[in-house]
Design a protein around this ligand. Structure first.
Ligand code: PLP
Length: 468
């Protein structure tokens, strides 16, 4: 399987190449040269497989010859072995034709684990094959950093350095990162904002000498392997509900558009998906786009669902490329205009095509608390603020008579105890396997918002990665 850049000016790569590269050199995102296709009989043959086996089978066409199938199967089995639910991605029925798929049973209790657990093992395998090492650096305001640290902790060929804004993450999120004691993990608390952290990471990547000296790599949400590893749970839900012989619909609480893009990919591979509902909080650029072709960025405002507090959804570029019939020059021009003017020009025909499948939905904070309370009263179900937006989106935009709608639950309610208490009156406890999170010792370094200081810290951990 070959991958091409959405902007058409970077070399084509195989799966291992795009895994390690992340972003393409032309600033574009890698997408498969052609989408794998499964016929109805192929989908039916996948029914009833344990989730890790299903994941391996659906990842394989994206990996192609880069990694052998028996190895992919083993890596997937290992990736999901530590999850806190035997079904890995259980479906819970809330109402007639309304289901929740829980994606939060991984080590950090958020859906990022679904892909990151696989990614960590794929990285280690590919590096071992090549006789290379790598240093992952990233900035986080919450779930991505902790999922990455969990996935890479203890791996022998990868070091990982995660920057977070000092004192500005939730206690649970910070402790999930800072209580990991593996020697290849380093947490840097930067006295600054999340944007400062992100700028420091960008500056490290822009420093070509430092980048190659440290063999820097990234696992942010634009890494293709993360999208690929999210496709299987959409298939799992559809197959459980009668697919491919029955249409299903999905509602997805959305930030960077990575999760819902994986649903689009499942459909592109041949799964019958009637509708995709994109749930947003008050940061509603995607809802405005789908309503009125208004893709204009506004300042990010904090909400009860912080992982969706995003105004530029980086993975949207992959959908745009498809909506523009894979015209890389037009995609590059639209992205340049977006960066320059803060508004993305999407041709009317492409917008109309998006609207035949995607529907937008927005919910503000009071609405989110109301939905959490309503769900709790109706069935006792506890949905975190992100999942509540997804469930409200599913209820507001049903796909039609008899089409089951599956809302993606992306975080465990215990990650957001304050919002849960406000809505329901009780604070959900952490699952038993991490009940001692607040007793574990934390380890992190507080550093100024200064590139030199951060680079020195990365060198200190990762110096052993210098080419020998
Ligand atoms: C990352 C995240 C999202 C948003 O997912 P995208 O793929 O960025 O759209 C939603 N909910 C939670 C809990 C998350 O961690």
């Amino acid at each position: 399987m070959r991958y091409v850049s959405t902007r058409g000016q970077a070399p084509a790569r195989d799966f291992a190449g795009v895994l390690l590269a992340g972003l393409a050199e032309d600033g574009g995102l890698y997408v498969p040269e052609a989408w794998p296709q499964l016929g109805p009989a192929d989908w039916r043959a996948l029914r009833g497989l344990p989730y890790p086996a299903l994941a391996a089978r659906l990842l394989q066409p994206f990996i192609g010859a880069a990694i052998a199938p028996d190895i992919v199967a083993r890596l997937c089995a290992e990736a999901y072995a530590g999850f806190g639910h035997p079904a890995i991605v259980p479906l819970v029925q809330l109402e007639t034709n309304l289901f929740v798929q829980e994606l939060f049973h991984g080590p950090t209790l958020a859906f990022k684990d679904m892909a990151m657990a696989v990614l960590g093992r794929l990285f280690e395998h590919v590096l071992a094959e090549r006789g290379e090492r790598a240093t992952i650096v990233g900035a986080t305001s919450g779930d991505t950093g902790s999922a990455a640290i969990e996935a890479f902790a203890g791996r022998s060929l990868v070091d990982i350095v995660i920057l977070h804004p000092h004192g500005r993450t939730s206690d649970v999120q910070r402790r999930q990162m800072t209580t990991v004691t593996a020697p290849n993990v380093r947490n840097l608390a930067i006295t600054g904002s999340f944007d400062d952290c992100q700028d420091l990471v960008k500056a490290m990547f822009a420093d070509a000498a430092f980048r190659s000296e440290m063999r820097l790599s990234a696992v942010n949400s634009i890494n293709w392997a993360r999208i690929a590893a999210q496709v299987p749970y959409y298939a799992a839900a559809a197959l459980a509900l009668g697919g491919p012989d029955r249409e299903v619909a999905f509602a997805v609480p959305t930030g960077n558009f990575g999760n819902v893009l994986a649903a689009w990919v499942a459909r592109r591979m041949g799964l019958k998906v009637a509708r995709l509902v994109v749930g947003s909080n008050r940061n509603d650029i995607l809802a405005r786009f789908l309503e009125a072709n208004d893709m204009s960025a506004r300042p990010v405002e904090p909400s009860l669902s912080p992982s969706m507090d995003i105004q530029v959804s980086s993975n949207f570029e992959r959908l745009l490329f498809e909506l523009l019939d894979r015209d890389a020059a037009a995609t590059a021009a639209a992205m340049t205009a977006f960066r320059r003017d803060g508004k993305m020009p999407v041709p009317g025909a492409a917008w109309h095509r998006a609207r035949t499948l995607f529907h937008g939905f927005r919910l503000d904070d009071p609405g989110t608390l109301g939905e959490i309370a309503r769900l709790h009263a109706a069935s006792g179900y506890l949905a975190d603020p992100h999942s509540a937006v997804g469930i409200a989106a599913a209820r507001a935009r049903p796909a039609g008579h008899g089409v089951p709608m599956v809302a993606m639950a992306t975080a465990h309610p215990a990650k957001f105890p304050d919002a849960m208490e406000q809505a329901t009156g009780t604070r959900p406890g952490l699952p038993a396997r991490m009940a001692d999170l607040f007793e574990r010792a934390e380890r992190f370094d507080v550093l100024p918002n200064d590139l030199g200081a951060v680079q020195a810290a990365v060198r200190g951990l990762a110096g052993r990665n210098a080419p020998r």
